[in-house]
Design a protein around this ligand. Structure first.
Ligand code: F0G
Length: 369
């Protein structure tokens, strides 16, 4: 097949920045090249004189940033002749591992917290034929279990403790620098198991070393209040948040997140579930972007920082939207329709949905037209 000018996936596009051999078989779904969307309406709402950009990683092939790391982790597994990949997951890693394993013809095992994974992600793991084990326990326990499983030969762990995941995910920083011409002033990102913030920090540093960027951004990582071990400085035994993707109490890359925040002059902070859902509805209502709740932790972070006056005039702020909203339809359906549309019954807005009789008058009645 010959394309004249097409994106080739992150491995081919950034091969010179990845420590891989020429003959490594490449398993790709042409991930990466995601939009960096200017969010002018959001900036205006915040009355902040800053440029906000949204790195919409939900537009990767399986709907999350995990694909950048998974293309490399699965390619390496194939190169090493491993027949099985395994991961623990709050959902997105499972979806991504299942898809890349299917493409590579590998067996995929995913261990997930029972009844704690959004339905879209579970559907993906099922459709790609992964073996799905739901445990009566949280993500942290699942990760401990798969670490043991992967001690056996032939079973490759594809969580972000696998260094190839970090190598792949760092390419998102390259794309941002490629598009903006330099690093932004701030990079704001959700933090769960903390692999992604670690990867971005690595990527930005490498950009600076090779001269693609003149500096690194300050890194702001955001956890959910009920699952904020790094902010609290201690393991959270029973993490709770409706942002299920980041319901993690003992992040594997804790140290990496600390380094990113400390060395960049940034921070690790938390936002409440209320703030996350406020960001979720606001993004959908004013920017036309549907990102899953956990993703919106970054935007909630930007809103919090703007309110606290942490940005200087004219600064460039990139918020990473890690996963697509379609991953978690329950979250959307559970929201009050008024708040989603940025309206309220008090300001005289009419309902935005309703069931009526099948005639024009009834439809008019509901709409008020
Ligand atoms: N956002 C989304 C949508 C995620 O799925 C995750 C992690 C994160 C943010 C946090 O990224 O772990 O690198 O700090 N999801 C993992 C999973 C844990 O199993 O899908 P992180």
């Amino acid at each position: 097949m010959v394309y004249l000018r097409a994106w080739r996936g992150i491995i081919e596009e950034y091969r010179e920045y990845l420590p891989i051999e020429r003959d490594m078989p490449v398993v790709t779904l042409l991930e990466g090249n995601t939009p960096l969307l200017p969010a002018g309406n959001l900036a205006q709402r915040l009355e902040a004189d800053i440029e906000i950009y949204l790195k919409f990683e939900g537009l990767n092939p399986t709907g999350s940033f995990k694909d950048r790391g998974m293309t490399l982790a699965v390619s390496k597994a194939v190169q090493d002749g491993a027949p099985v990949v395994v991961c623990a997951s709050t959902g997105n890693t499972a979806a991504s591992a299942a898809a890349y394993a299917a493409r590579a013809g590998l067996r995929c095992i995913v261990v997930i917290p029972h009844a704690a994974v959004a339905s879209g992600k579970l559907a993906q793991a099922r459709v790609h034929g992964a073996q799905i084990v739901s445990i009566r326990g949280n993500f942290d326990v699942a990760l401990a279990i798969v670490r043991e499983l992967a001690a056996e030969t032939g079973i490759v762990l594809v969580n972000s403790v696998n260094p190839w995941r970090i190598e792949g995910q760092k390419t998102a920083a390259f794309e941002i620098v490629d598009e903006l011409g330099d690093a932004p002033d701030w990079l704001v990102i959700p933090v769960g198991n903390a692999g992604n913030i670690t990867a971005y920090w690595k990527g930005f540093n490498e950009c600076r070393v090779v001269g693609m960027a003149s500096r690194c951004p300050r890194m702001a990582g955001y956890q959910a209040t009920g699952a904020a071990p790094i902010v609290l400085g201690m393991i959270v035994k029973n993490p709770q948040t409706l942002a299920s993707a980041i319901r993690i109490g003992n992040p594997a890359s804790w140290a990496g997140a600390k380094t990113a925040a400390d060395d960049s002059g940034g921070l690790i902070d938390s936002v409440s579930d209320g703030e996350i859902m406020e960001a979720y509805s606001l993004l959908a209502a004013v920017e036309g972007i549907f990102a899953e709740p956990s993703s919106c932790t970054s935007v909630a972070g930007v809103i919090k920082m703007a309110r606290l006056g942490r940005f200087e005039k004219g600064q460039r702020v990139v918020a990473v939207l890690t996963g697509h909203g379609l991953k978690d339809p329950e979250a959307a359906m559970a929201c009050d329709a008024y708040s989603l549309a940025g309206r309220s019954p008090e300001d005289g807005s009419r309902a935005v949905e309703g069931v009526v009789d099948a005639d024009v008058e009834s439809v008019r009645g509901l709409l008020g037209v």
